[in-house]
Write a protein that binds this ligand. Structure first.
Ligand SMILES: CC(C)(COP(=O)(O)OP(=O)(O)OC[C@H]1O[C@@H](n2cnc3c(N)ncnc32)[C@H](O)[C@@H]1O)[C@@H](O)C(=O)NCCC(=O)NCCS
Ligand SMILES: Nc1ncnc2c1ncn2[C@@H]1O[C@H](COP(=O)(O)OP(=O)(O)OP(=O)(O)O)[C@@H](O)[C@H]1O
Length: 200
């Protein structure tokens, strides 16, 4: 099992880069997707959130109102810590489980908070998707239709660009046009296939 731990700040392009590796044949496990599964209707995760934040945290159809919870937790560090303490062990367990199920030569494991939560040991190599913080901000605002203040509140709770780069074995710059990033993905894919072969 050869695992590439892919990380980057909010809006840096992790999902876009990860799906490019996936199209080339890499396995894909994504902590953000798991984070949704563990709070789906009927889960213990959602029941705990409802107890803590009240019925108003749910949409009319019983699903989690994610934008409401986002506002709550990024305005109050105690609430964010509470949510992290609830969800991170569940997410970690599922990440490991899903990685073990992969049958591809190697797996890209997307973990937004890899550096913050010191999860380096889950991966054989750490790949950082890197963009300037101003670009992170711009892309997050236009993708999520949120204000600069809201995007910055999330960025403040994450590792700095330099902390992430310090943890990296490999770096993909995603500041320029996508075609340039795609080229780097292709090159790294070849390296990872080689590494995986040597490891097995
Ligand atoms: C607060 C929630 C409901 C907001 O949902 P929303 O759909 O708006 O965002 P989404 O889950 O797609 O996350 C988007 C990005 O926000 C950032 N982010 C999310 N949670 C956190 C957190 N606890 N601390 C810092 N950054 C975070 C990450 O960069 C992530 O990629 C959701 O992010 C959540 O449940 N967070 C707690 C679980 C978690 O830590 N997930 C991220 C890594 S596993
Ligand atoms: N090279 C690029 N040029 C322009 N836009 C890009 C580029 N790469 C990604 N984007 C856009 O930037 C936004 C953020 O990308 P993406 O959703 O992949 O980031 P992410 O790191 O997964 O975000 P999050 O941390 O919120 O999960 C998206 O709207 C995406 O289409």
């Amino acid at each position: 099992m050869f695992i590439v731990g892919l990380t980057g700040g909010i809006g840096s392009g992790k999902s876009t880069v990860a799906s490019a590796f996936h199209s080339l044949g890499a396995g894909l496990v994504d902590a953000d997707i798991i984070a949704r599964d563990v709070v789906a209707p009927g889960t213990l995760g959602l029941a705990r959130i409802q107890d803590q934040f009240g019925d108003g945290i749910l949409n009319d159809d019983g699903t989690l109102n994610r934008s409401k919870l986002r506002t709550e937790v990024f305005e109050d560090e105690g609430k964010r810590q509470w949510l992290n303490d609830l969800l991170h062990p569940l997410i970690r367990e599922q990440m490991i489980h899903q990685c073990r199920q992969q049958t591809t030569p190697y797996t890209v494991l997307v973990i937004p908070l890899l550096v913050e939560n010191r999860l380096q040991s889950l991966a054989n190599r750490i790949l950082v998707v890197d963009v300037a913080e101003s670009i992170q901000l711009q892309r997050t605002m236009s993708r999520d239709n949120v204000s600069a203040q809201e995007a910055q509140a999330i960025m403040r709770r994450q590792a700095s660009r330099w902390q992430r780069l310090h943890a990296a074995d490999d770096i993909i710059s995603n500041e320029n046009i996508w075609a340039k990033t795609e080229k780097s993905v292709l090159q790294l894919h070849q390296h990872y296939l080689e590494f995986a072969k040597q490891t097995s």
